[in-house]
Design a protein. Structure first.
Length: 117
């Protein structure tokens, strides 16, 4: 894991199962993404991540979480930033094949900053 330099704060909604896997990593890594999903989408807006946890992941009752984490800014420059659908919130499009390298550039811990029931 890398440590110095400028970082970018990112957010991402997570469900209980995904959060368990993050916890098992010592709060340092995102779990592998299914290869049928081409991209991992960290979000550049906390408000949009909260809305995503509330709306997108509403596959039934239960708890969802919003996480915050930091990644080396220089590393993130390789990924395009796009908006998803009609939203105005930018997200990074990280190919799932890059997840091991992406995780290696997380600085500090992945934190739960909101719990939505």
């Amino acid at each position: 894991m890398s440590g110095g330099g400028e970082t970018t704060v990112l957010w991402r909604p997570a469900g209980p199962r995904e959060l368990d896997l993050i916890r098992e990593s010592g709060w340092r890594r995102w779990p592998p993404i299914s290869l049928d999903r081409l991209y991992f989408f960290p979000i550049l807006s906390e408000d949009f991540a909260i809305g995503g946890a509330r709306d997108w992941n509403s596959s039934g009752p239960g708890v969802r979480y919003v996480t915050r984490f930091r990644v080396e800014t220089g590393f993130l420059r390789r990924y395009s930033t796009r908006v998803f659908g009609g939203s105005a919130a930018p997200m990074l499009w990280v190919p799932t094949k890059d997840m091991d390298e992406f995780n290696a550039h997380i600085v500090g811990l992945i934190e739960v900053v909101h719990e939505i029931r």
